[in-house]
Design a protein around this ligand. Structure first.
Ligand code: ATR
Length: 301
């Protein structure tokens, strides 16, 4: 079993499954992909359910998503997960798009069956399930601040918040011009929701953040050990629930500061887990893979 497969490995079953007991019929595609934790959690659930299937990492260069899907279908794959940078191309390559995925503008889960290629998005629902579980709240009851709203993850989570019934959204980005179009798009979906956009250096940020109960970091700030807290300290208050979508490191400067002032915090581990479980359920309806996946992921270094 290789750590990472390439498109060339999809030339035939003999090549793809050489030296392996189970046939590869599920994958995660991305570029790069070697870091992905998805095989670990999905394989645990597949094995627990006795499903004769291997879940592999497949490295796919930009521009080759449709080709990858065609090759997987030819080899009778059940489906695939899709990660950076292919979530938009995957949507374009599907025959049918689930309405939520269409609204979010990204596909992270594809199912291959008699209907062709159906694209879903489980990142958004995974985020909602993670926040509601980790903080024992209903997302719709919260005013939400999203920092890093201009990135791909931030735009999807902002859209998901709107779809979930959030009534007040504060979208924050270092470069505020990158979220002007997002604000218009969201406002067009629901004109009654209060949506504010602010730059990180905007003096209104302190007051707006104090009006929110949930702070979500979707920026990449916190990934590097040298990073500092993405939000100014004056924005953070003890009533805030703070969710950082980064899970490596498990504690970022944002969540460290939040904890130190008494906030409840959580990180993207729970979102990773829940989006994975929801993907699995698209491929295998009626299953409950979350407990097995959680054990498998928790054992990871
Ligand atoms: P994508 O997810 O689309 O690949 P990205 O370029 O990786 O996006 O950036 C993700 C988010 O992190 C963006 O909101 C980005 O802010 P800008 O739009 O202003 O670039 C944010 N980000 C990255 N580095 C940052 C930093 N040092 N300070 C604040 N925000 C930062």
């Amino acid at each position: 079993m290789k750590e990472v497969y390439t498109l060339d490995d999809l030339a035939s079953r003999d090549i793809l499954d050489a030296g392996c007991e189970k046939p590869a019929r599920l994958a995660v595609i991305g570029w790069p992909i070697a870091h992905s934790a998805s095989p670990r959690m999905h394989q645990a659930a597949l094995d627990a359910y006795g499903i004769d299937c291997r879940y592999i990492r497949l490295e796919v260069p930009a521009g080759h998503v449709a080709d990858a899907f065609a090759r997987m279908r030819a080899l009778d794959f059940i489906g695939t997960n899709v990660t950076v940078p292919h979530k938009f191309d995957a949507m374009a390559a599907c025959d049918v798009i689930d309405p939520l995925a269409a609204s979010l503008g990204a596909v992270n889960t594809v199912k291959f069956d008699a209907n062709g290629l159906t694209g879903f998005n489980t990142d958004g629902p995974g985020f909602v399930a993670a926040v509601e579980h980790d903080f024992s709240v209903r997302l719709a009851d919260l005013n939400v601040l999203i920092v890093g709203a201009g990135g791909g993850a931030g735009q999807a989570i902002a859209t998901q918040c709107l779809m979930s019934g959030v009534r007040h959204l504060v979208l924050v980005n270092r470069s505020v011009e990158k979220i002007v179009a997002l604000q218009s798009k969201l406002q067009a979906i629901n004109g009654e929701v209060r949506i504010e956009i602010v730059g990180l250096d905007d003096p209104r940020l302190v007051e707006l953040s104090q009006q929110c109960e949930l702070i979500v970091n979707t920026s990449s700030v916190g990934l590097n050990p040298a990073d500092t807290c993405v939000l100014p300290t004056s924005c953070m208050m003890s009533h805030h629930l703070v969710y950082d979508t980064i899970y490596k490191p498990a504690v970022t400067p944002l969540t460290a500061l939040a904890k130190s002032i008494g906030c409840r915090t959580s990180n993207g581990f729970s979102m990773l887990l829940r989006q994975g479980a929801l993907s699995f359920q698209h491929w295998f309806p009626g299953t409950e893979p979350l407990p097995m996946m959680e054990v498998a992921l928790s054992g990871q270094s």
